[in-house]
Every structure is written in structure tokens, then in C-alpha cells.
Design a protein around this ligand. Structure first.
Ligand SMILES: Nc1ncnc2c1ncn2[C@@H]1O[C@H](COP(=O)(O)OP(=O)(O)OP(=O)(O)O)[C@@H](O)[C@H]1O
Ligand SMILES: [Mg+2]
Length: 329
């Protein structure tokens, strides 16, 4: 594989790429609800559905058929265009989807759907050249940022070492790898981390941006024990202590999947929602040295209801302070 560098640009929005070693672990649920939680702070959040097949975020959020809107598949047609005019035209001519809450009220969250409704994309329709894809991704974010003035972009990716995820990871400020606690899923996630480390071997900054989320931890299991075990393996393998957080299996969330757009709005006091809110606050805190999970748990246990306003306040503060730190750099 060609040597490829990661590149995080200071004047771009925060960019969060979410993937996993294995499918069906909760990437989409996390992406959509993380994006929604971030939008509570009145920042402008763009969710990009990079899963061209399962299109989870698109299906969950966009209720009318996607026809003349900007889509990832549409933008990808311009990957080969070095002059970048096709991408610019695509972005200037088409609008992204304005997302509403479940009552139909507009919220500062926007969606780039993966594909138009009822289309399929063939892999050979776009380039596999990773450095080209990464440049495309950066240009796309820059152009979208110019047009929509974004604070944060969240990429909901396909599982595995898929080119669009690898490209997004190279420009991301945070890379979240979602796993479950069982050994098979965990191994898949560790291999994805390995793949990422191999791809970006010249740039340790990319690996510093990786955070792990152990999702759907079954009731009755000792979360702290699972986290310690996982962390030991990561330290053994990579001599590094990436941020780690976990989310318990939440029955009410599982039952309601697909019924409404945002679980965090509908079930704000569920364990899932509290953990998502904590993770979103912690993502924007500049201190990444502590274990994300410890701080998340502490936060989830100390915050009293109504969680929504407390979480929102903490989020606004964390976001403002992160932006200040970035601007001072
Ligand atoms: N913490 C949780 N508690 C309960 N159910 C969960 C939790 N996280 C995810 N789920 C459920 O797991 C299922 C899969 O979730 P989701 O579609 O978000 O996974 P995914 O990783 O995006 O899948 P794919 O790889 O197909 O894109 C859904 O039914 C969802 O409700
Ligand atoms: Mg998904």
C-alpha cells in the first residue's frame, strides 16, 4: 500500500469517524445519537452516512425518499476529478438533508445520505486509491464547511477496513472503534486497529485519535472488569492506552430501534442516553489522559435529572473550551 499521511487541519470542524471490526455492533445507533447529542449545544453538526449498502443513518433519519439531494454516492463520482470542479458543483447545486426532531422541529443537524433511494453503488464506480479518497474526503469536508459553516462532522462508516473509513480516519480528530465484549468481536476490532496502524504507520497522530467503545455490555456483567481486560490487551499489543468507554445493553433502546430518530430525545434518562451524553462531553474535553470510561461513569452517576439540561450545559462548556484551546494553538 502507498504511504499515506493523516492530516488534521486546524480550521476544519471536529471530525469523528465511527467504525468497527464487525457489523451490527451499534455504529449507526451511536453515530446518530452522538450527532444529536452534540447538536443540543446548538453547534452545527453534519452526519455523513458512509455506509453505501446498509445506509443505516439515512434510513433512520430521512423519512422522505432521497432524490435530488447531495449524497455520498453522488460526491464520489468526482473522486477522479483533480480540478475538483465536479465536487464543487455537486455541493453547490444540491442541498443536504435538513434534519428535524421527532416532532418535526428543525434542529442544527444535517445529513449527507449515502445514496439516493433505491440505488446501488458498485465498488468499481469509484477509486480504491486510498490517498486519492482521503484527498477527496478532505476537499468534501472543506467545501461543505464553506457552505454550511459546520462545527462537527460525524461519519457513520461500514465495518472493517473499508476504503471510505480508512480515508475518513486520516482526516478525523476522533476515530471511534465500536466493539462488543465477546472475544470474537473484540478480536475483529483489534485487527481493525492494527490495519489502521499499518495504513498510517508514518503518523502516530492518527492512532492517538482512536477511542474504543465497548457497546451492548450484557446486564450483570462487570463493566469495569471487561474494560480492564480489554485495556490490558491493547497495552500488550500496542504499548498504548487509547481512550476507552463502554455502553451497557439497554433493553428499552433495543426495543425501540427504528421507531424514532433519536433515542437520546425519546429516552433521555435511559442508561444508553446518559452514556452517549457522557461520551460526547468527553470527546470534546481536551484532556484525554484519563480513562474515558472512568470519567463517563462518574459523570453518569453524579448527574441528576433532568439529565438533558445538565448534559447540555456540560457539553456546551466542553465544546467552548476545546474551541478556545484549538484557536490558541
Ligand atoms: N447499547 C445498546 N443497547 C441495546 N441495543 C443496542 C445498543 N446498541 C445497539 N443496539 C442495537 O443493535 C442493533 C444494531 O445496531 P446498529 O444498526 O446501530 O449497528 P451497526 O453497527 O450500525 O450495524 P451495521 O454494521 O449493519 O451498519 C440495533 O437493533 C440496535 O438497536
Ligand atoms: Mg450501521
Amino acid at each position: 500500500m502507498d504511504d499515506i499521511q493523516g492530516s488534521v487541519e486546524a480550521d476544519l470542524p471536529q471530525i469523528i469517524a465511527i467504525s468497527s471490526g464487525k457489523g451490527g455492533v451499534g455504529k449507526t445507533l451511536l453515530s446518530v445519537n452522538l450527532a444529536r447529542t452534540l447538536s443540543w449545544s446548538d453547534k452545527r453538526i453534519l452526519l455523513v452516512d458512509l455506509d453505501l449498502y446498509n445506509r443505516g443513518s439515512t434510513t433512520l433519519i430521512a423519512d422522505s425518499p432521497i432524490i435530488d439531494q447531495l449524497t455520498v454516492a453522488g460526491m464520489l463520482e468526482s473522486v477522479q476529478d483533480k480540478s475538483n470542479t465536479r465536487l464543487r458543483n455537486e455541493i453547490s447545486e444540491k442541498e443536504i438533508v435538513d434534519v428535524t426532531d421527532d416532532s418535526g422541529n428543525p434542529i442544527p443537524l444535517y445529513l449527507v445520505p449515502s445514496t439516493t433511494t433505491n440505488t446501488i453503488v458498485r465498488w468499481d464506480q469509484y477509486s480504491y486509491d486510498l490517498s486519492r479518497l482521503q484527498k477527496f474526503m478532505l476537499r468534501a469536508v472543506r467545501e461543505l464547511n464553506k457552505k454550511y459553516n459546520l462545527d462537527c462532522v460525524v461519519f457513520d462508516c461500514r465495518p472493517g477496513p473499508e476504503p471510505l473509513f480508512l480515508a475518513a480516519a486520516g482526516i478525523a480528530t476522533d476515530i471511534i472503534l465500536v466493539t462488543e465484549a465477546d472475544i470474537i468481536t473484540l478480536n475483529g476490532n483489534i485487527n481493525l486497529y492494527r490495519y489502521l496502524a499499518d495504513t498510517y504507520r508514518n503518523n502516530s497522530e492518527v492512532l492517538r485519535n482512536v477511542r474504543f467503545v465497548i457497546n451492548r455490555i450484557p446486564k450483570g456483567q462487570d463493566i469495569a472488569h471487561i474494560e480492564r481486560r480489554y485495556m490490558r490487551r491493547l497495552v500488550d499489543l500496542f504499548k498504548t492506552r487509547p481512550n476507552l468507554a463502554s455502553i451497557p445493553f439497554d433493553d428499552a433502546i433495543f426495543q425501540s430501534f427504528g421507531q424514532h430518530r433519536f433515542a437520546v430525545d425519546q429516552l433521555p434518562n435511559s442508561p444508553f442516553s446518559k452514556h452517549i451524553a457522557c461520551i460526547s462531553v468527553e470527546l470534546f474535553s481536551s484532556n484525554h489522559d484519563e480513562l474515558l470510561s472512568d470519567r463517563c461513569r462518574n459523570m453518569a452517576s453524579t448527574v441528576n435529572e433532568p439529565w438533558f439540561s445538565a448534559g447540555k450545559r456540560a457539553l456546551v462548556e466542553a465544546f467552548e473550551s476545546l474551541m478556545k484551546t484549538r484557536n490558541e494553538r
